[in-house]
Ligand binder design. Sequence first.
Ligand code: ADP
Length: 301
Amino acid sequence: MKIALLSRNSRLYSTRRLKEAAEERGHEIKVIDVLRAYMNIASHNPTIHYKGEILEGFDAVIPRIGASVTFYGSSVLRQFEMMGVYPLNESVAITRSRDKLRSLQLLSRKGIGLPITGFANKPDDIKDMIKMVGGAPLVVKLLEGTQGIGVVLAETQKAAESVIEGFMGVKANILVQEYIKEAKGADIRCLVIGGKVVAAMKRQAVAGEFRSNLHRGGSATLIRITPEERSTAVRAARIMGLNVAGVDLLRSNHGPVVMEVNSSPGLEGIENATGKDIAGMIIEYIEKNGKPGNTKTKGQG
Ligand code: ADP
C-alpha cells in the first residue's frame, strides 16, 4: 500500500515506529508535514500539493495531528478523504475528540462513567458552581491544557474559589471536576484499535503529586484491566468515532470514569510499558480496512 503519515516531525518516536512498521511490511510510506501541504479545493478534482509536487496514489492516511495544529491539520486530512483516501481516524472524529466539552457531553449522553464535571464561562455565583460538583476538594482544569499543565487540585472551598476566580480573571476556559481521590494518583491508558483494547498501562504519579502524566515524572507499568474497564474504553472510542484511540480512565468508587479520549495516542510509553508492537498492529489494521472511500463521511463532515 501507499500510505501518507501526517506528522510535523519525522524524528518523533511514534512517527519513526509507524514508518518502520509500514516499511517492514513492504508498504511505501511518506511523512508529510501538514502545515507545508497546500490544497486546491476549487476544482472538481481535489488535490493536495507538497513541496511543488501533487500528492497522488495514496491508499491510506495516518493522521498524527498535534493539538496546536488541529484546525489546519484536520482540513488537510479532510482533503485526503475527499480524494477517497482511507483515513485511520476520520477528520470529524478528531475534531470532535479535541473539543473537551463536546466529548464529555457525547460520552455522558451514552451513559459512560465520568467524573462529575461542571463548566462555565462567566458564572455569577462561583460558590453555587462548586456546590454543583460536590464541593472541595476538586480539580480545576484549563480547557487548552495538555500534559497536565493547567490541572490544579483545590483542596478547600477557599482555594477552589480563588483558583476559579483567578482563571476567569485571565479569561481562560475551565472545567471544574470532582476529585477522584481513590485513584491515588494513578490513571489507566487503554489503547484501542478497531474496537479492541490491545494494550493497557497504569501511570502512577510521583509521591506528593496527583497528576500521573509521564511528562510530570509519572511512571508507567503494565496492568490487567477489568472487563468493565475494557468495555468502557471500547465504547468511549466508538462513541467518538475513532478507530485508534488512547482512552484515559480513573478507578473511582463508582466504577471506571473516562477523563479523556485521545485521537493521536503516543506510542512510546505504551510500547515500552507493555513490550507490544503497537505500530505493527496499527499498520495491520490499515491493511485489513484501508479500502478506498471506506469512510463514514467521505470528507463531507
Ligand atoms: P492533560 O490532558 O493535561 O493530561 P488531564 O485531565 O489528563 O490533563 O489530567 C492530568 C492528570 O491529572 C491525569 O492523568 C490524572 O492523573 C490527574 N487527574 C485529572 N483529573 C482528575 C480528577 N478529576 N481526579 C483525580 N485525578 C485527576
